[in-house]
Write a protein that binds this ligand. Structure first.
Ligand code: NAD
Length: 436
């Protein structure tokens, strides 16, 4: 029994909720290690650091739907709001068979860091459903999305928490979410999600934004280390929204995309893959496997490919102590969230490989999501050129700030980004004070 009288000194001021004790090694454990690494740089704000080590709110929901064959299936869904000190929660929704509460917690925390790093006025949140959406019909997917949206409807909203697409969710899923929320509140609330179709309050440039951000920080970093993009060899894991667009922009700038791997296999072509053809192949076949005119590359060989730039743009935990030593790239740009484990981070650092961390490298998506949200509120829509120019400005400014902090403290870009972001979040926390 805890002593709550506050007089005899035996009160444990930081008892861990049970769901935080379970996972020391998964994504949430990795996130905690990253916070521990920056704590010494936070000065007096370190007093508030515990606030970053537990989500503000985590909701687990049962999502029952009727399948096309008449049976009822139940899926587990989550929405986690990690921190809202700087503004409403913001972060994607993932549909994947391996989604867990711990993973969603970590992804929501990385959103807090990312949103603070690029200085958009949001906290961090994330959601997901433990489901393999490829096994569902379109009707089943719609019913799943609508029931999930209704269940988390008690905590989301245009000024509370704004979901967006993530792995296996897209514009159509966002349209269903927006419609369901709107039906429940009795008005068309376009600002409740971002990544919507253009004619439903979506923003031009949003679909390409994450890949464009990856490309933008890649070019900035290449400049710092004297790497020329033209002719550089690039390997990409994941050729979906993020990897596909980043690959296309690097190819357009004269780089050679030599290797691509996704859930359907790996392909290699020393002279460079035809990226527009590959994007067409992926759209028609669901993956890169079977792409004509390329050699087959096995999953393990992918990491040792000769290249200057490696872009992990699939899932977390891909670069580990088992494959980090074989990476030949000069620069790793993390399109995915959490693709590198802390051990692998150290190995890459010791090898002199520059890692552009997820929390800055893939922040282009949420930056244009912010633009979309602002456009929805003002009902005034900007041109694509305007959006891309603003995106590039935000990304360049944020990256320059992080680069400077990294030089000042002689730390990795990941630690530098965490320093900048944690200071912003904890400063807001301190200024707001504790309620009551
Ligand atoms: P997506 O669904 O469009 O693409 C995912 C890609 O990963 C696909 O090419 C798929 O084949 C590949 N993949 C899945 N499992 C794999 C495996 N086991 N091995 C190899 N490849 C595998 O998703 P996305 O939106 O491009 O997201 C990719 C990553 O980028 C995720 O980590 C996501 O959190 C992150 N991210 C996305 C956005 C965004 O705006 N879409 C923004 C920031 C970060």
């Amino acid at each position: 029994m805890q002593n709550l009288s506050g007089t005899s000194g035996s009160l444990n001021t930081h008892p861990l909720p049970s769901y935080l004790q379970a996972d020391k090694l998964g994504p949430w454990g990795i996130y905690l290690q990253q916070v521990d690494r920056v704590t010494p740089y936070l000065g007096n704000l370190a007093r508030w650091v515990e606030t970053l080590k537990r989500p503000k709110r985590a909701l687990i929901v049962d999502v029952p739907i009727e399948l096309d064959n008449g049976t009822v299936a139940h899926f587990e869904g989550y929405r986690v709001q990690h921190n809202t000190s700087r503004g409403p929660g913001k972060g994607g929704v993932r549909f994947h068979q391996d989604v867990t509460l711990s993973e969603v917690m970590a992804l929501s925390a990385w959103m807090s860091i990312k949103n603070a790093a690029v200085n958009v006025p949001y906290g961090g949140a994330k959601g997901g459903i433990r489901v393999d959406p490829r096994k569902l019909s379109r009707g089943e997917l719609e019913r799943l999305t609508r029931r999930y949206t209704s269940e988390i409807g008690i905590i989301i909203g245009p000024t509370k928490d704004i979901p967006a697409p993530d792995v296996n969710t897209n514009e159509q899923v966002m349209a269903w979410m927006m419609d369901t929320y709107s039906m429940n509140v009795g008005e068309t609330a376009t600002g409740v999600v971002t990544g919507k179709p253009i004619h439903l309050g979506g923003s031009l440039g949003r679909r390409e934004a994450t890949g464009r951000g990856v490309y933008t920080v890649g070019v900035e970093a290449a400049h710092h280390i004297g790497l020329t993009i033209e002719g550089a060899r690039v390997a990409v894991q994941g050729f979906g929204n993020v990897g596909g667009i980043a690959g296309k922009l690097f190819a357009d700038a004269g780089a050679r995309i030599v290797a691509v791997q996704d859930h359907t296999g790996g392909i290699y072509r020393e002279a460079g893959l035809d990226v527009p053809e590959l994007l067409r192949h992926v759209a028609e076949n669901g993956g890169v496997g079977g792409f004509p005119g390329a050699e087959v590359l096995d999953a393990d060989a992918f990491w040792g490919v000769d290249c200057e730039i490696l872009i992990p743009a699939a899932l977390e935990g891909q670069i580990t102590r088992d494959n980090a030593g074989r990476i030949k790239a000069r620069m790793v740009i993390e399109g995915a969230n959490g693709p590198t484990t802390p051990e692998a981070d150290d190995i890459l650092h010791d090898k002199g490989v520059l890692v552009l961390p997820d929390v800055i490298a893939n922040a282009g998506g949420v930056t244009v999501s912010y633009f979309e949200w602002v456009q929805d509120f003002s009902s005034f829509f900007w041109s694509e050129d305007e959006i891309n120019a603003r995106l590039v400005r935000v990304m360049k400014e944020a990256f320059a700030g992080v680069w400077q902090v990294a030089q000042e403290h002689r730390v990795s870009l990941r630690t530098a980004t965490f320093i900048v972001a944690c200071q912003r979040i904890l400063h807001a926390r301190e200024m707001r004070g504790l309620y009551p």
